[in-house]
Write a protein that binds this ligand. Sequence first.
Ligand code: PMP
Length: 459
Amino acid sequence: MRTNSAHQRDTRYLIHQQTNLDDYARDGGVLMARGDGVYVIDDRGNRYLEAMAGMWCASLGFSEKRLADAAYKQMLELPYYHTFNRAHMPSIDLAEKLIEIAPKVGDAEPLAHVLLQCSGSEANDTAIKLIWYYFNAIGRPQKKKIIGRQRGYHGNTVATVSLSGQPHMHRDFDLPLGDRFLHTENPHYYRYAEPGESEEAFAERLAQQLEALILAEGPDTIAAFFAEPVQGGGGAITPPATYFERVQAILKKYEILFLVDEVICGFGRTGNMWGAETYGIKPDLLTCAKALSASYQPISALLVTDAIYEAMLSQSRKLGTFGHGFTYAGHPVACAVALETLKIYEEDGIVERVRDLAPRMKAGLEALRDHPLVGDVRGVGLMYGVELVADKRTRLPFDPKLKVGQLVLAECQKVGLIVRAIEDRIAFTPPLIITEAQIDEMCGLFRRGLDAAWAGLRG
Ligand code: PMP
């Protein structure tokens, strides 16, 4: 219940996103007041272990003073400037640093140029435009369709949500838009593999389905394929073994660009700097955001190969201005904070840290397989999903009307743990600065939340 004026003013004036507005108007929500490492504290003094790092993003927790100092220093020096026909040092330094650390997988053409943007959605939306621009530039204007995956998530603009495979974000908005966005099967082994099918056989079947889609649409009409290394918004879904290898072979055969969406997986989350490195992905384009600035400032980046940049250059020679740009893209304060974030990752050896912590996270969550609600536990590095099922043996899902995921989330919140429920899949992406003791605490709190939800369901 809303009990004080801040809560009343919240529900009176503020419209909340990705929220059941009716429930919120009645019950209100948690008002977060401050952060302390991996914990956040609400306006009533309740302390929560933030097992989602906010929105899969606050990689350095909630009280990293160096980032506040970097923002303040930049604000005093040059608080704002645009990047249309202009540059400033933080944007140049950041672009150079991103190219230095960009994934280098096998014989992949290196990512060599950077467009700075403000959010993950913006980076992916810009990428879609750029892909259309590229195929116009190289004289193949019929190559325009983009393939995403069911349950994939690439953002919330009109184009990126169309590409995402999230039916509840299409419904009621008259989306997906037009006929340029296609969706191929979801690589969720636990849910969609046939009984007895190996991961490799499942991956092969998905690759064949992708090829069938390409052939049905006409390979000359397909421009690009977008994928998250591990699907976040789909429910922390790791790819089956050999999946990306098989998919990339098909894309190469039909000259289809691969965009790897590293908005969640980038910057150490999967135990390598990039999810592309963890899964052997050789992208033509890469998008990143969230942990780029530890989310202390809104910033994202789109990285492209020389081939794409060369086509842009030649198009500019012929046609003039590259007609795309945002007021805040490459904002100097956001760039300064991102640079400091990358410096901290390097100094603290964040990738090694994730590798060291990963076994503890895996063991802690795997131990929950004995719980009557838990059907599957999967993940990599510090990114995990726990799938709740009505029948463990048959993998029968719960009736969505029961809202079991939401029930577990609410029970976890009561005991001081913040998780994310994607239907009945519970996601964990704690700040990368979490300690082993805090991972144990997180798993212990989660078991308490599960127990309370189980007791409630049996009623
Ligand atoms: N891509 C992925 C993989 C994401 O998880 C998200 C956000 N959760 C986005 C893109 C969109 O990023 P933003 O919310 O910053 O627009």
